[in-house]
Design a protein around this ligand. Structure first.
Ligand code: ADP
Length: 269
Protein backbone atom coordinates (compact mmCIF):
# COMPACT_ATOMS: atom_id res chain seq x y z
CA UNK A 1 0.00 0.00 0.00
CA UNK A 2 1.38 3.47 -0.79
CA UNK A 3 3.10 5.21 2.11
CA UNK A 4 3.21 2.08 4.31
CA UNK A 5 6.24 0.01 5.11
CA UNK A 6 5.98 -3.77 5.51
CA UNK A 7 8.38 -6.36 6.83
CA UNK A 8 8.10 -9.66 4.94
CA UNK A 9 9.44 -12.93 6.38
CA UNK A 10 9.60 -16.22 4.59
CA UNK A 11 9.80 -19.37 6.76
CA UNK A 12 10.44 -22.89 5.56
CA UNK A 13 8.20 -25.23 7.52
CA UNK A 14 9.00 -28.87 8.37
CA UNK A 15 7.20 -30.39 5.42
CA UNK A 16 7.24 -28.92 1.95
CA UNK A 17 5.39 -25.82 3.02
CA UNK A 18 6.48 -22.22 3.12
CA UNK A 19 5.09 -19.58 5.40
CA UNK A 20 5.12 -15.90 4.50
CA UNK A 21 4.38 -13.37 7.22
CA UNK A 22 3.89 -9.66 6.74
CA UNK A 23 3.99 -7.01 9.41
CA UNK A 24 3.15 -3.32 9.01
CA UNK A 25 6.19 -1.54 10.51
CA UNK A 26 5.33 1.98 9.32
CA UNK A 27 4.81 3.35 12.85
CA UNK A 28 7.88 1.59 14.15
CA UNK A 29 10.02 3.02 11.34
CA UNK A 30 8.59 6.49 11.93
CA UNK A 31 9.40 6.37 15.64
CA UNK A 32 12.88 5.16 14.83
CA UNK A 33 13.45 8.03 12.42
CA UNK A 34 12.11 10.51 15.00
CA UNK A 35 14.47 9.16 17.63
CA UNK A 36 17.44 9.45 15.26
CA UNK A 37 16.45 13.02 14.34
CA UNK A 38 16.13 13.94 18.00
CA UNK A 39 19.59 12.64 18.90
CA UNK A 40 21.07 14.43 15.87
CA UNK A 41 19.33 17.66 16.91
CA UNK A 42 20.48 17.46 20.51
CA UNK A 43 24.06 16.77 19.44
CA UNK A 44 23.97 19.74 17.11
CA UNK A 45 22.50 22.01 19.81
CA UNK A 46 25.24 21.02 22.25
CA UNK A 47 28.05 21.26 19.74
CA UNK A 48 27.52 24.95 19.03
CA UNK A 49 27.96 26.31 22.58
CA UNK A 50 30.72 23.82 23.37
CA UNK A 51 32.68 24.94 20.31
CA UNK A 52 32.28 28.62 21.22
CA UNK A 53 33.29 28.02 24.85
CA UNK A 54 36.33 25.99 23.78
CA UNK A 55 37.42 28.58 21.22
CA UNK A 56 37.18 31.53 23.59
CA UNK A 57 38.86 29.67 26.49
CA UNK A 58 41.74 28.72 24.21
CA UNK A 59 42.18 32.32 23.08
CA UNK A 60 42.09 33.54 26.68
CA UNK A 61 44.82 31.07 27.61
CA UNK A 62 47.09 31.66 24.65
CA UNK A 63 46.92 35.43 24.11
CA UNK A 64 47.81 38.30 26.36
CA UNK A 65 44.58 40.27 26.14
CA UNK A 66 43.63 43.58 27.70
CA UNK A 67 41.11 43.59 30.54
CA UNK A 68 38.13 44.71 28.45
CA UNK A 69 38.62 41.97 25.85
CA UNK A 70 39.11 39.33 28.55
CA UNK A 71 35.90 40.43 30.21
CA UNK A 72 34.04 40.32 26.89
CA UNK A 73 35.28 36.80 26.14
CA UNK A 74 34.39 35.61 29.64
CA UNK A 75 30.92 37.09 29.17
CA UNK A 76 30.49 35.05 25.99
CA UNK A 77 31.65 31.88 27.76
CA UNK A 78 29.17 32.52 30.57
CA UNK A 79 26.25 33.12 28.17
CA UNK A 80 27.00 29.98 26.19
CA UNK A 81 27.22 27.86 29.32
CA UNK A 82 23.88 29.30 30.48
CA UNK A 83 22.34 28.31 27.14
CA UNK A 84 23.61 24.77 27.62
CA UNK A 85 22.25 24.71 31.15
CA UNK A 86 18.81 25.78 29.87
CA UNK A 87 18.97 23.14 27.16
CA UNK A 88 19.76 20.38 29.66
CA UNK A 89 16.97 21.58 31.97
CA UNK A 90 14.44 21.67 29.10
CA UNK A 91 15.49 18.20 27.95
CA UNK A 92 15.02 16.84 31.46
CA UNK A 93 11.61 18.51 31.73
CA UNK A 94 10.51 17.01 28.40
CA UNK A 95 11.75 13.58 29.34
CA UNK A 96 9.93 13.72 32.70
CA UNK A 97 6.75 14.84 30.96
CA UNK A 98 6.95 12.03 28.44
CA UNK A 99 8.22 9.12 30.46
CA UNK A 100 7.44 9.63 34.12
CA UNK A 101 4.97 7.01 35.26
CA UNK A 102 4.35 8.57 38.66
CA UNK A 103 1.44 11.02 38.54
CA UNK A 104 2.73 14.45 39.65
CA UNK A 105 1.02 16.11 42.57
CA UNK A 106 -1.92 18.32 41.67
CA UNK A 107 -3.16 21.17 43.81
CA UNK A 108 -5.31 24.27 43.91
CA UNK A 109 -3.51 27.13 42.18
CA UNK A 110 -4.47 30.77 42.22
CA UNK A 111 -3.60 31.82 38.68
CA UNK A 112 -3.79 35.51 39.68
CA UNK A 113 -0.89 35.05 42.06
CA UNK A 114 1.05 32.79 39.72
CA UNK A 115 0.67 34.95 36.61
CA UNK A 116 1.52 38.17 38.46
CA UNK A 117 4.68 36.63 39.89
CA UNK A 118 5.69 35.38 36.44
CA UNK A 119 4.94 38.80 34.91
CA UNK A 120 7.37 40.32 37.45
CA UNK A 121 9.95 37.78 36.33
CA UNK A 122 9.32 38.77 32.69
CA UNK A 123 9.73 42.47 33.63
CA UNK A 124 13.12 41.66 35.12
CA UNK A 125 14.08 39.84 31.91
CA UNK A 126 12.81 42.72 29.78
CA UNK A 127 14.76 45.30 31.82
CA UNK A 128 12.28 48.03 30.98
CA UNK A 129 12.37 47.42 27.24
CA UNK A 130 8.66 46.45 27.10
CA UNK A 131 5.44 47.43 28.81
CA UNK A 132 4.08 44.28 30.42
CA UNK A 133 0.55 44.31 31.84
CA UNK A 134 -1.74 41.69 33.35
CA UNK A 135 -5.51 41.79 33.26
CA UNK A 136 -7.42 39.06 35.02
CA UNK A 137 -11.03 39.91 35.79
CA UNK A 138 -12.51 36.43 35.98
CA UNK A 139 -11.93 34.23 39.03
CA UNK A 140 -8.82 32.18 38.52
CA UNK A 141 -8.46 29.30 40.94
CA UNK A 142 -7.55 26.19 38.96
CA UNK A 143 -6.56 22.60 39.64
CA UNK A 144 -3.28 21.36 38.21
CA UNK A 145 0.43 20.65 38.56
CA UNK A 146 1.95 23.89 39.81
CA UNK A 147 5.46 23.51 38.40
CA UNK A 148 4.16 22.46 34.99
CA UNK A 149 1.66 25.28 34.59
CA UNK A 150 4.30 27.72 35.79
CA UNK A 151 6.70 26.59 33.08
CA UNK A 152 3.95 26.79 30.42
CA UNK A 153 3.14 30.42 31.30
CA UNK A 154 6.81 31.32 31.75
CA UNK A 155 7.64 29.97 28.27
CA UNK A 156 5.00 32.19 26.65
CA UNK A 157 6.13 35.27 28.56
CA UNK A 158 9.82 34.65 27.87
CA UNK A 159 9.09 34.22 24.16
CA UNK A 160 7.04 37.43 24.09
CA UNK A 161 10.01 39.31 25.60
CA UNK A 162 12.47 37.53 23.31
CA UNK A 163 10.60 38.19 20.07
CA UNK A 164 9.32 41.70 20.72
CA UNK A 165 11.57 44.64 19.90
CA UNK A 166 12.23 47.38 22.42
CA UNK A 167 9.24 49.63 23.10
CA UNK A 168 6.69 46.87 22.42
CA UNK A 169 3.74 45.83 24.56
CA UNK A 170 3.00 42.49 26.17
CA UNK A 171 -0.51 41.91 27.54
CA UNK A 172 -1.64 38.93 29.54
CA UNK A 173 -5.30 38.24 30.03
CA UNK A 174 -7.51 35.53 31.50
CA UNK A 175 -11.08 34.88 30.38
CA UNK A 176 -13.72 32.26 30.85
CA UNK A 177 -15.33 31.35 27.52
CA UNK A 178 -17.98 28.63 27.21
CA UNK A 179 -16.98 27.45 30.67
CA UNK A 180 -13.31 27.02 29.73
CA UNK A 181 -10.35 29.12 30.89
CA UNK A 182 -8.18 30.96 28.37
CA UNK A 183 -4.89 32.58 29.36
CA UNK A 184 -3.55 34.69 26.50
CA UNK A 185 -0.14 36.33 26.14
CA UNK A 186 -0.30 38.90 23.36
CA UNK A 187 2.72 40.80 22.07
CA UNK A 188 3.41 43.49 19.49
CA UNK A 189 6.54 41.69 18.33
CA UNK A 190 7.98 40.36 15.09
CA UNK A 191 5.10 37.93 14.47
CA UNK A 192 5.23 34.60 12.67
CA UNK A 193 4.45 33.71 9.04
CA UNK A 194 1.38 31.47 8.62
CA UNK A 195 3.42 28.67 7.06
CA UNK A 196 5.35 28.20 10.33
CA UNK A 197 2.39 28.11 12.72
CA UNK A 198 1.55 24.38 12.51
CA UNK A 199 5.14 23.38 13.33
CA UNK A 200 5.96 25.77 16.21
CA UNK A 201 5.46 23.21 18.97
CA UNK A 202 7.78 20.64 17.37
CA UNK A 203 10.98 20.09 19.27
CA UNK A 204 13.77 22.35 18.02
CA UNK A 205 11.59 24.00 15.39
CA UNK A 206 12.50 27.67 15.11
CA UNK A 207 11.49 30.30 12.61
CA UNK A 208 14.83 32.06 12.90
CA UNK A 209 17.52 29.83 14.36
CA UNK A 210 20.04 32.65 14.85
CA UNK A 211 17.61 34.94 16.60
CA UNK A 212 16.39 32.19 18.94
CA UNK A 213 19.94 31.15 19.85
CA UNK A 214 21.16 34.72 20.33
CA UNK A 215 18.36 35.38 22.77
CA UNK A 216 19.01 32.19 24.70
CA UNK A 217 16.21 30.05 23.24
CA UNK A 218 16.48 26.26 23.28
CA UNK A 219 13.77 25.53 20.70
CA UNK A 220 11.98 23.34 23.26
CA UNK A 221 9.77 25.84 25.10
CA UNK A 222 6.60 25.42 23.06
CA UNK A 223 7.04 21.64 22.85
CA UNK A 224 7.07 21.58 26.66
CA UNK A 225 4.12 23.98 26.87
CA UNK A 226 2.01 21.88 24.50
CA UNK A 227 2.78 18.74 26.47
CA UNK A 228 1.85 20.38 29.76
CA UNK A 229 -1.47 21.58 28.39
CA UNK A 230 -2.32 18.17 26.94
CA UNK A 231 -1.63 16.57 30.31
CA UNK A 232 -4.09 18.99 31.85
CA UNK A 233 -6.74 18.12 29.26
CA UNK A 234 -6.22 21.51 27.62
CA UNK A 235 -4.35 22.84 24.58
CA UNK A 236 -1.97 25.46 23.20
CA UNK A 237 -3.16 27.92 20.53
CA UNK A 238 -1.45 30.58 18.45
CA UNK A 239 -2.62 33.46 16.36
CA UNK A 240 0.05 35.60 14.72
CA UNK A 241 0.69 38.15 11.97
CA UNK A 242 4.11 38.64 10.52
CA UNK A 243 5.48 42.05 11.52
CA UNK A 244 2.53 42.81 13.81
CA UNK A 245 2.66 40.44 16.75
CA UNK A 246 1.51 37.16 18.20
CA UNK A 247 -1.04 35.84 20.67
CA UNK A 248 -0.37 32.52 22.36
CA UNK A 249 -3.17 31.02 24.46
CA UNK A 250 -3.38 28.25 27.01
CA UNK A 251 -6.83 26.64 27.22
CA UNK A 252 -7.84 24.90 30.42
CA UNK A 253 -10.98 22.72 30.31
CA UNK A 254 -13.94 23.36 32.62
CA UNK A 255 -12.94 20.42 34.84
CA UNK A 256 -9.78 22.36 35.82
CA UNK A 257 -11.59 25.50 36.98
CA UNK A 258 -12.50 25.70 40.67
CA UNK A 259 -15.05 27.79 42.54
CA UNK A 260 -13.59 31.08 43.77
CA UNK A 261 -13.49 30.26 47.48
CA UNK A 262 -12.57 26.77 48.61
CA UNK A 263 -15.70 24.95 49.77
CA UNK A 264 -16.16 25.23 53.56
CA UNK A 265 -15.76 21.94 55.33
CA UNK A 266 -18.98 21.13 57.15
CA UNK A 267 -17.95 20.05 60.65
CA UNK A 268 -21.43 18.70 61.50
CA UNK A 269 -21.33 15.98 58.84
P1 ADP B 1 12.75 29.09 21.43
O1 ADP B 1 13.52 28.62 22.59
O2 ADP B 1 13.51 29.06 20.14
O3 ADP B 1 12.02 30.36 21.67
P2 ADP B 1 10.11 27.83 21.44
O4 ADP B 1 9.72 26.39 21.32
O5 ADP B 1 9.71 28.55 22.67
O6 ADP B 1 11.67 27.89 21.21
O7 ADP B 1 9.52 28.61 20.18
C1 ADP B 1 9.73 28.08 18.87
C2 ADP B 1 9.85 29.19 17.85
O8 ADP B 1 8.60 29.87 17.73
C3 ADP B 1 10.85 30.28 18.22
O9 ADP B 1 12.16 29.93 17.84
C4 ADP B 1 10.31 31.47 17.43
O10 ADP B 1 10.76 31.40 16.09
C5 ADP B 1 8.81 31.24 17.43
N1 ADP B 1 8.12 32.04 18.48
C6 ADP B 1 7.70 31.62 19.69
N2 ADP B 1 7.09 32.59 20.38
C7 ADP B 1 7.09 33.69 19.56
C8 ADP B 1 6.59 35.04 19.67
N3 ADP B 1 5.95 35.46 20.79
N4 ADP B 1 6.79 35.88 18.63
C9 ADP B 1 7.44 35.45 17.51
N5 ADP B 1 7.92 34.21 17.34
C10 ADP B 1 7.76 33.33 18.35
Amino acid sequence: RPGRLFELRLYRTDGEGRLLTTRDITEHAKLDAMRRDFVANVSHEIRTPVTVIGGFAETLLSLDLDDDTRREYLGTILRQSQTMQRLVEDLLTLSTLEHSTAAPEESRIDLHVMVNALADEARALSQGRHRISVRMDAPAPVWGVRGELESAVRNLLTNAVRYTPEGGRIDVDWRIRDGEGWLTVRDTGIGIGTEHLPRLAERFYRVDRGRSRDSGGTGLGLAITKHVMQRHGGSLHVDSRLGQGSAFSLRLPASRLLPEAPAEADAAL
